[in-house]
Design a protein around this ligand. Structure first.
Ligand SMILES: Nc1ncnc2c1ncn2[C@@H]1O[C@H](COP(=O)(O)OP(=O)(O)O)[C@@H](O)[C@H]1O
Ligand SMILES: N[C@@H](CCOP(=O)(O)O)C(=O)O
Length: 323
């Protein structure tokens, strides 16, 4: 019965939209979740680290549910699983924790049964579960992706991130679910706003593809979702407008928020100024935050197929070489 291998997967966090690319642009970040999955006689979850507090440790866990979708699709039965997980990706903050769980579960479950499903099929399934392709595409393929979904199939083009691109994230100490942040959006937008966003989103893809950073401040502006979501995040409207004056290439809400993100040219000398500006602005708004310098992650989900190890799961992920 227990003839299936032990699967370990490392999945990157992601930031979606990058301003104007609502539900289409995504970028993987060098912040990760790790999942170990194996067949078991009884379903058990081992959830490690501060970021997974409150996540269910039974069959209602998203990872178990998504893994079962893979088995069903492939026509195999693996009803009981042992899942260990550690994550550095904060939950419900706009850094793609749900996408990382979905992509990690899809990739691990598929590998567990010998990878019968193609990457393209996993992308379709991930998008159908998450409902938009931006985060899941970035976690699956890494780099920067520009994606479309027709309700059945997802397609994307992946760009290698420019080596000089760095990302400063400002993570408020409160949760904002994607469902709530989508609930404040209007059902329809006017033509001028559509043109405003299409032109900037296209410019941004061009800028990121060519390394022409000069246009990024303009290219990250948005009229489709951020103006509506700004009411949910004190300090956001000011930061999006002013961050370029303090050393950012441009700034945006990360995904559905509440995290704010500044793109930065790593060669610039104004990182301390930007940090100070962001900290002071959020302090003035009485919003506790933490800040993190990140880089775009070129690699998407990485899957390791192995056997039982004499090392503990946490030791294994700390020293990735023994994966
Ligand atoms: N490892 C996980 N296991 C189970 N559920 C998870 C996991 N990670 C995230 N989730 C689910 O995803 C939700 C957060 O998703 P969402 O509101 O889209 O925010 P985020 O921007 O972090 O993706 C959590 O409240 C939880 O229900
Ligand atoms: N395009 C989506 C992205 C949601 O990202 P998340 O990381 O907040 O889940 C949206 O803007 O609603």
């Amino acid at each position: 019965m227990f003839d299936l291998p032990v699967i370990r997967a490392r999945v990157p966090a992601s930031t979606a939209n990058l301003g104007p690319g609502f539900d289409t642009l995504g970028m993987a970040l060098n912040l990760y979740a790790w999942i170990e999955m194996k067949q078991s006689d009884e379903t058990r979850f081992y959830l490690h680290g501060d970021q997974l507090k409150g996540v269910p440790g039974d069959k209602s866990n998203l990872i178990y549910e998504v893994a079962q979708m893979v088995f069903e699709e492939a026509g195999v039965s693996v009803p009981e699983l042992e899942v260990s997980m550690y994550s550095d990706i904060p939950l419900t903050r706009g850094l793609g924790s749900s996408a990382s769980a979905i992509v990690g579960a899809l990739a691990a479950a598929n590998a567990l049964i010998g990878s019968p499903l193609s990457e393209a099929r996993l992308f379709d399934m991930a998008t159908a579960i998450e409902k938009h392709p931006d985060n899941v595409g970035a976690s699956l393929f890494g780099g920067i992706i520009t994606a479309v979904w027709d309700g059945i199939h997802a397609q994307c083009i992946r760009l290698d991130p420019n080596d000089h691109l760095e990302v400063l994230v400002v993570i408020p100490e409160f949760e904002l679910s994607t469902t709530k942040a989508r609930g404040v959006l209007p059902a329809e937008i006017v033509l001028q706003d559509a043109v405003y966003n299409i032109s900037r989103s296209s410019l941004l893809v061009g800028a990121l593809a060519t390394g022409n950073f000069d246009v990024i401040a303009e290219a990250m502006k948005d009229r489709v979702h951020q103006p509506y979501r700004a009411a949910l995040i004190p300090g956001m409207a000011e930061i999006l407008q002013e961050a370029p004056r303090h050393g950012a290439l441009g700034a945006a809400l990360s995904g559905a928020g509440p995290t704010l993100l500044a793109l930065v040219d790593g060669r610039a000398q104004r990182k301390a100024e930007l940090e100070r500006y962001l900290k002071e602005t959020m302090q003035r708004e009485s919003v506790p935050i933490r800040m993190m310098w990140l880089k775009p992650e070129a690699q998407g989900v990485r899957v390791y197929t192995g056997g039982e190890s004499q090392h503990s799961f946490l030791d294994i992920i700390k020293g990735e070489s023994v994966l």
